[in-house]
Ligand binder design. Structure first.
Ligand code: PEP
Length: 251
């Protein structure tokens, strides 16, 4: 069985100005440094304008930096987009692609997500590829069919455990306070693990994160579920105490 170190990732979404981001990231970086050896990696994904100042503030700490999206192109006439190389330049090692808010708000389908992940890999970034079913799809019993299709279409050729993380985020659990039960999470993460093993030579070593209303009160039981290798956290990642409590619930 592959050893997978837990990854606790904070998706700040479109929240905070420079002062907020610097305060939050510096607080977390200080806690991480002070804690010494911990059984998890910690990552923050601020909005684009905050990447450079936050990246500079945490440069000498173990706290990692990531983008919330990237363009599939290297450079050029793509107004409003940000390339993987720009993220690396700001200090990023990770980038989230295919978040359900991007899929919904910007019409990004699996092929677009795969192109972004491939560009991230080519640029030297770890792509956190998000998948997850809607409430209607789960109610219809189609959650594995939907997630299976998203995985097949969103993971680019040549992806490895070193450059790819999967985040399972049921859309109905994001920002709603509703959380999947540990049994539901176990069933889906087991399904994703089998799909990764079929697809990738090192599929056993790929980290699979759970996301959707993770908070200090439910993190311990969720992080203890088989094949849950960490969390992608939205709302609760904006409070240092909550995000730290989620991370330290990892054993
Ligand atoms: C997310 O943004 O990926 C997320 C899971 O949000 P929340 O934790 O707020 O549900």
């Amino acid at each position: 069985m592959a050893e997978r170190r837990k990854l606790i990732a904070g998706n700040w979404k479109m929240n905070g100005l420079k002062r907020d981001g610097l305060d939050l990231a510096s607080d977390l970086a200080g806690r991480l440094k002070g804690a010494g050896a911990v059984p998890f990696d910690m990552l923050v994904c601020p909005p684009f304008p905050l990447l450079f100042p936050v990246g500079e503030a945490i440069a000498d700490s173990p706290l990692a930096l990531g983008g919330q999206d990237c363009a599939p192109q290297e450079k050029g006439a793509h107004t409003g987009d940000v390339s993987p190389a720009m993220l690396v330049d700001a200090g990023c090692r990770f980038v989230i692609v295919g978040h359900s808010e991007r899929r919904q708000d910007h019409g990004e389908g699996d092929a677009a997500v795969a192109a972004k992940a491939a560009a991230a890999h080519a640029g030297g970034l770890v792509a956190i590829i998000c998948v997850g079913e809607t409430e209607a799809e789960r109610d219809a019993g189609r959650e594995q069919e939907v997630v299976g299709r998203q995985l097949a279409g969103s993971i680019p050729e040549g992806a490895t455990a070193a450059d790819t993380v999967i985040a399972y985020e049921p859309v109905w659990a994001i920002g709603t306070g509703k959380t999947a039960t540990p049994d539901d999470v176990a069933a889906m993460h087991g399904f994703i693990r089998r799909a990764l093993r079929d697809r990738m030579a090192d599929g056993d070593a790929v980290r699979i994160l759970y996301g959707g209303s993770v908070k200090p009160s439910n993190a311990g039981e969720l992080m203890a579920v088989a094949d849950v290798d960490g969390a992608l956290v939205g709302g609760a990642s904006l409070k240092a105490d909550d995000f730290w409590a989620i991370a330290t619930s990892c054993r």
